[in-house]
Structures are given as C-alpha cells and as structure tokens.
Design a protein around this ligand. Structure first.
Ligand code: CA2
Length: 151
C-alpha cells in the first residue's frame, strides 16, 4: 500500500510562527512523524508540500496509478480551491482531509471546505498526531473496501 501525504501553502513554516495555533513542531518534525507512522503501518509514502495550487494539482494527479490513497492538508486552499476538489475527484483515490488546528472553532471563512466532498473523512484539531489518525483511517478504509463480501 502506498500513500501520498500532501501539504499546502505555508505549512513549511510550521514551528517558525504562530506556535499558539499550530504548535512548536517544525515541518521536518511532521515529515518524520509521517514516515514513522507509515513504516509502522507497513505503508510506502511520498510526502510533498507546495505553496502553489497548480503544483498541488500536479501532485494529486501524479498519485493516479502510483498511490492507493491521499492524506491532504490543503491549508488555505481548503477554503477556496475548486481545482483541488476537481483533482481529487478526477483521480478517484480515497482521500482524508487533515487540519492541525480545530478549524470549526476559528474564523467563519475556515468553516467552508471545498475538498471535504471528495474525502472519506476529515480530521481536525488533533495537532500533528492528526496525520497519524488520518493515515490509520485511510488504511482501514482501503483494507475494508478490498474485503470480499461477508468477510
Ligand atoms: O489547521 C490547519 O492545518 C490549516 O489547514 C492550516 C492552514 C489554514 O489556512 C487552514 O485554515 C487550517 C494554514 C497553514 C499555515 O501554516 C502556518 C504555519 C506557521 C506559521 C504560519 C502559518
């Protein structure tokens, strides 16, 4: 099983600013955590981050035929991007949306997620461990979906 773990704009600044919202851990710490969890779960992983919407679309498209599922923190594009929603729909891979902060308790504009409609689940407000939750949910979903009926 192989996953793409994709992170959107400004997440490369984790741990540098706004620690009261996003914590003190760095983007490097996030990559280490994701690699550790995937190794424990026997999942191959490709991790990517971009500040550019089109590059994120390219990354999602490149998962087609290469990955079994996508964990995505679209960051600010969560609240604006029809292009990322369409990309997730186009590749048709199971996806889990993850947010470090609890977006439900933040500004009104963060209450909208364009990508949620193409995701099997959303994990928010768990900090970096939310990525482990998302990976676990995605694996469970994929294994469940591949079970024969009545198994
Ligand atoms: O809570 C999340 O994970 C978000 O996806 C983070 C996005 C925000 O736009 C979403 O509404 C919720 C922002 C990522 C920016 O990351 C920063 C990291 C350090 C300093 C400043 C921003």
């Amino acid at each position: 099983m192989k996953f793409l773990v994709l992170n959107g704009p400004n997440l490369n600044f984790l741990g540098i600013r706004e620690p009261e919202i996003y914590g003190k851990a760095t983007y490097g710490d996030l990559e280490t955590l994701v690699r550790q969890v995937c190794a424990e779960e026997d999942i191959e992983v490709r991790i990517a981050q971009s500040n550019h919407e089109g590059v994120l679309v390219d990354e999602i498209q490149s998962a087609y035929g290469d990955c079994d599922g996508i964990v995505i923190n679209p960051a600010a594009y969560t609240h604006t991007s029809v292009a990322l929603l369409d990309a997730l729909k186009a590749v048709g891979l199971p996806a889990v949306e993850v947010h470090i902060s609890d977006v439900s308790k933040r500004e009104d504009f963060r209450q909208i997620s364009y990508l949620r409609a193409a995701c099997i689940a959303t994990v928010a407000g768990e900090g970096l461990p939310g990525y482990a939750t998302a990976i676990g949910l995605l694996k469970k979903h994929i294994l469940g979906a591949s079970l024969p009926p009545n198994a």
